[in-house]
Design a binder for this molecule. Structure first.
Ligand code: UDX
Ligand code: ADP
Length: 468
């Protein structure tokens, strides 16, 4: 069988790593990743990749220049490819019908129109982005309306990689899901993955099942986090320890141990967006109770983030005004530079509203990105921010190059991302430069409570009684 030529539209956290892995595993397949964003493409072509993922540099270096190309030549790439992946962003709509819930499909639609214009012969178009159910139908209609004689098969092939573990997830996925009506198109794509993934892990379904499975998987995962976070509130009230509870229930093989880590709240580009999408879909079909059930997962997450910042303020004698708070971690989880929907944004915004001075350190997130996220957290639907909030960010936020620099002369330390380097810092060194009582608010339950308490810190963890 001839090797297909592949292109991917969208060089983000999904498109970039996924295509790099296909290129690495299939040296005979040419893979062309395209994006409208020149700066992003330039970084994919440099030694400073726009996506931080352990092991990704090696994967890209192996394939780039051999059978992996990054460019902004969207039209050319489409024209030359047999299989076209769509991996553009699908943010939640911020305006109009379905605002705050439905997915904004503007980028998908533009992509489909460009594909229609630049295609001839037969193309297999693959949805990689997470999309509302039945988007494939809309994509197919746009593709077929071009009238230039090209024919298309549309497949849904959602990506289940988690950021921070993308390379391992792509190498050894639990499953590959391919939804589609045309058996030959499904096989064409399945044959690509089958070069390194066992056939029994490649599941095929109809289009709608595939699209809905992705939303459902993310909704179930997020629900587990919200469930354990709900219990964490009860633990704090009763004296139970949420990590002990998680361990005890996780040994039940029907429940399983993963995704039971109580935290300051889940973030990332998928969970909230996908659940809100599901909620919108349920409402659209008149399933009010189902919509309310899933919406509660997001409400619980909002509650958890707010509960954390409120607890900080209450503990610090009901005022953090003018107090310096070291914020350790800004990414939504460890081992990524992604900050989309990070719990840290919400906690920092709440603390800024309380007039705290926040000193932020994250090993992978640049200062400009932190400031932009904080700016957006205060912005209205049009992206505008008041002078008051702009000034607050300017004067009350500092970004630092190390944990020790951020914690210096602080009143409290808040651990918001579970980066490994926050597990075991030099407690004596940090303590001697801090005001007393020296508070630690551990939003990830990763610090050594016993050691820190003995050293003289007052440690507040999620779902545990306070240690003095
Ligand atoms: C998720 C899905 O896991 C992945 O399959 C899908 O393709 C995209 O969405 P991702 O958002 O990259 O992946 O990371 P994930 O590991 O799922 O974590 C999401 C959020 O939940 C993070 O903020 C993480 O810190 C939080 N989380 C996760 C917890 O608070 N506790 C847990 O036990 C697990
Ligand atoms: P994800 O996390 O799902 O990968 P990202 O937002 O990181 O999403 O990446 C999506 C990428 O898609 C962005 O780099 C954006 O520039 C790109 N993109 C959006 N629309 C188009 C388009 N019509 N043509 C090419 N690239 C696009």
């Amino acid at each position: 069988m001839n090797s297909p030529r592949i292109c991917c539209i969208g060089a983000g956290y999904v498109g970039g790593p996924t295509m790099a892995m296909i290129a690495k595993q299939c040296p005979e397949i040419s893979v062309h990743v395209v994006d409208l964003n020149q700066a992003r493409i330039d970084r994919w072509n440099s030694n400073d990749l726009p996506v931080y993922e352990p092991g990704l540099d090696e994967v890209v270096q192996e394939a780039r220049g051999r059978n992996l190309t990054f460019s902004t030549n969207v039209r050319e790439a489409i024209h030359e490819s047999d299989i076209i992946f769509i991996a553009v962003n699908t943010p939640t709509k911020s305006f109009g019908v379905g605002a705050g819930r439905a997915a904004n499909l503007e980028f998908i639609e533009k992509c489909a129109r460009t594909i229609a214009e630049c295609s001839s012969g037969h193309k297999v178009v693959v949805e990689k982005s997470t999309l509302p159910v039945r988007t494939a139908e809309a994509v197919k209609r746009i593709l077929e309306s071009s009238g230039n004689g090209a024919t298309f098969d549309v497949l849904s092939n959602p990506e289940f990689l988690a950021e921070g573990t993308a390379v391992q997830d792509l190498l050894h996925p639990d499953r590959i899901l391919i939804g589609g009506e045309s058996a030959s198109a499904v096989e064409k794509l399945a044959a690509v993955y089958a070069r390194w993934i066992p056939r029994d892990r490649i599941l095929t379904t109809n289009l709608w099942s595939s699209e809905l499975s992705k939303l459902t998987a993310n909704a179930f995962l997020a629900q587990r986090v919200s469930s354990i976070n709900a219990i964490s509130a009860l633990c704090e009230a009763t004296g139970a320890d949420v990590d002990e509870v998680a361990k005890a229930i996780g040994t039940d093989s029907r429940i399983g141990p993963k995704f039971l880590k109580a935290s300051v709240g889940f973030g990332g580009s998928c969970f909230q967006k996908d659940i809100l999408n599901l909620v919108y879909l349920c409402e659209h079909f008149g399933l009010r109770e189902v919509a309310e059930y899933w919406e509660q997962v997001v409400k619980m997450n909002d509650y958890q983030k707010r509960r954390f910042s409120t607890r900080m303020v209450r503990t610090m004698f009901n005022t953090v005004s003018d107090k310096r708070i070291a914020v350790l971690g800004f990414a939504f989880k460890k081992d990524t530079n992604d900050t989309r929907e990070s719990a840290a944004i919400h906690v920092c915004r709440d603390l800024l509203e309380e007039r705290a001075k926040i000193a932020i350190y994250d090993p992978r997130v640049p200062e400009s990105q932190i400031r932009e996220e904080l700016r957006l957290s205060f912005a209205d639907a049009m992206g505008r921010i008041s002078d008051h909030h702009a000034k607050l960010i300017e004067t009350n936020v500092t970004v630092h190059a190390s944990l020790y620099e951020a914690t210096e002369k602080s009143h409290a330390v808040a651990v918001l991302t579970e980066w490994d380097e926050f597990r075991n810092f030099d407690a004596g060194r940090v303590l001697q430069s801090m005001f007393r009582p020296a508070f630690v608010f551990d939003g990830r339950n990763i610090v050594d409570r016993k050691q820190l308490t003995e050293a003289g810190f007052e440690v507040h963890s999620i779902g545990r009684a306070t240690s003095h």
